[in-house]
Design a protein around this ligand. Structure first.
Ligand SMILES: [Zn+2]
Length: 216
């Protein structure tokens, strides 16, 4: 998800062992930042190119990550985090860099605040609030396009970390919006799909025009 320009947005893993997921603890809630050691030198890492809509890969439904994918994912993370932070963005899903797997990065920490990186592998929303919230969204695959999207205000999400542990976490506000936006990407859904056809077409035409002009 693209960071919003002038937005008064509020708000806001483990060992190197690759475990057979069936042997992993059923529930872990701690976040071990050692998983993201590479972030200290992230500014020097070349950003992975981000695909821009209407790239067809963005419309594909991804497959679940398997334990044997973890080493590959680990290799992708520095370039992906670099791309997300440079954009700047607050979320980036695997399909946006051409990977058809169910994982996404999120960091909704404000620019001056310490980073709060999250990696969600095979995320599932296990509950969401009846209360809805409308929030302005943007997307790194639709640069400079923004629109208000209505989604549940809070969610409970379950996902795996790199160590294969299951994490459950409650999220609300911007974090909930961002997680839902990134999870949509894993099913080939873009935020404009939540808008009227008229509005979606308008945004897609504007994006195409801007891309043609070489603007970003
Ligand atoms: Zn997006």
């Amino acid at each position: 998800m693209q960071a919003l320009p002038l937005q008064n947005a509020t708000q806001n893993l483990h060992s190197d062992l690759i475990l057979d997921w069936h042997l992993a603890p059923a529930l872990a809630t701690s976040q071990d930042m050692s998983e993201f050691d590479f972030l200290s030198g992230i500014d020097a890492v070349p950003p992975t190119p981000i695909l821009i809509a209407p790239q067809p890969v963005l419309r594909e439904v991804t497959r679940d990550v398997r334990p044997e994918d973890i080493a590959f994912i680990r290799e992708q993370l520095p370039g992906m985090f670099s791309a997300m932070y440079k954009a700047p963005g607050i979320g980036l899903a695997a399909p946006q860099v051409g990977l058809g797997m169910r994982f996404a990065l999120v960091d909704v920490a404000e620019e001056d605040a310490p980073r709060e990186p999250m990696l969600l592998i095979n995320p599932e929303i296990i509950s969401d609030s009846d209360q809805l919230a409308a929030r302005e969204e943007g997307c790194l695959s639709l640069p400079n396009q923004y629109a208000e999207v209505v989604r549940p205000e809070s969610i409970r999400v379950r996902y795996r970390n790199l160590a294969g542990e299951t994490i459950e976490r409650d999220a609300s506000g911007l974090l909930a919006t961002c997680i839902q936006h990134e999870m949509d990407h894993l099913d080939g859904i873009l935020f404009v799909d939540h808008l009227s056809t008229l509005k979606r077409n308008m945004i897609m035409r504007r994006l195409a025009k801007e891309q043609k002009l070489g603007r970003r």
